[in-house]
Design a protein. Structure first.
Length: 272
């Protein structure tokens, strides 16, 4: 089926002088008034959202952000902490949408934590809805941390990142795609990439944001977060939970039709 939209690149200069790359897909005919803003995971590029952008864009405006150091954005020497990343999201939103427009913010993995931190720092004034994709929200039980991951990166970063990328998918992906994502994941300096993990913040930080969120919330996860999803649903009954039982961490790539249909329905039901 032919898509009614193409993806174009844009850029902005942040207040601290960093050029951030943006991907934009504008529809021929608008269905939703809310702009969908996509945040990728740790070290991943905005292009990983390509199929989601094309699937949603026939009736919705969609933007994907390359965070600093990722994709085609600048690789500065500074700003690799969650406060700055949340502020970068706010600047991207201000750059891309009108003063009265509202957004559906979609964060995957680390991007979900950055989306939550954006809400904590900048509030919900522009937020029509929030979508968190396969990430912890601070509920019990915690997902066990990968033991020795930092040491493995320091010993063999290239090999470790290739294994990391392969492990994101349950479906068999083209070798060219694996190689491309692995290569892009190495762009920023190693210590900068490690600094992105907000280990200084307690799990209660994320739990507090999700439980008190006023905007509609969709939590789409694989079974590793199913117990957290159940506890979030008990604490915040309005939360919509979807479990992708047969998908890998990049569930929107493994099961694009299911994810895109879910996200489109969530966006279109919102009161923008």
């Amino acid at each position: 089926m032919a898509h009614q939209s193409t993806i174009k690149s844009d850029a902005l200069l942040t207040t601290d002088g960093v050029r951030l790359n943006l991907l934009q897909a504008a529809p021929a005919v608008h269905v939703s008034k809310a702009v969908v803003v996509l945040i990728p995971g740790w070290c991943m590029p905005a292009t990983i959202w390509r199929e989601t952008m094309l699937a949603l864009a026939p009736g919705r405006e969609v933007i994907a952000i390359d965070p600093r150091g990722q994709g085609d954005s600048d690789i500065p020497e500074h700003g690799y902490h969650i406060d700055q990343r949340a502020d970068d999201i706010a600047q991207c939103i201000a750059h891309c949408i009108g003063p009265r427009a509202r957004i559906v913010l979609v964060g995957w993995s680390l991007g979900a934590l950055e989306a939550l931190h954006y809400v904590r720092r900048h509030g919900e004034a522009k937020l029509a809805g929030l979508v968190l994709v396969d990430s912890s929200v601070g509920e019990d039980p915690p997902v066990p941390a990968a033991q020795g991951f930092r040491d493995e990166l320091r010993a063999d970063r290239r090999g470790t990142m290739e294994r990391f990328v392969r492990a994101m998918f349950h479906s068999t992906r083209p070798e060219a795609q694996i190689a491309h994502l692995a290569a892009l994941s190495l762009r920023m300096p190693l210590e900068a990439s490690l600094a992105l993990f907000p280990t200084h913040l307690p799990r209660e930080h994320w739990r507090g944001i999700t439980r008190t969120l006023r905007a509609p919330l969709l939590y789409a996860v694989t079974p590793q977060f199913a117990a957290q999803a159940d506890n979030l649903k008990k604490a915040r009954p309005a939360t919509r939970v979807e479990i992708f039982a047969g998908a890998g961490h990049a569930l929107f790539v493994d099961e694009p039709d299911n994810f895109n249909r879910l996200l489109a329905g969530f966006v279109d039901r919102l009161k923008a």
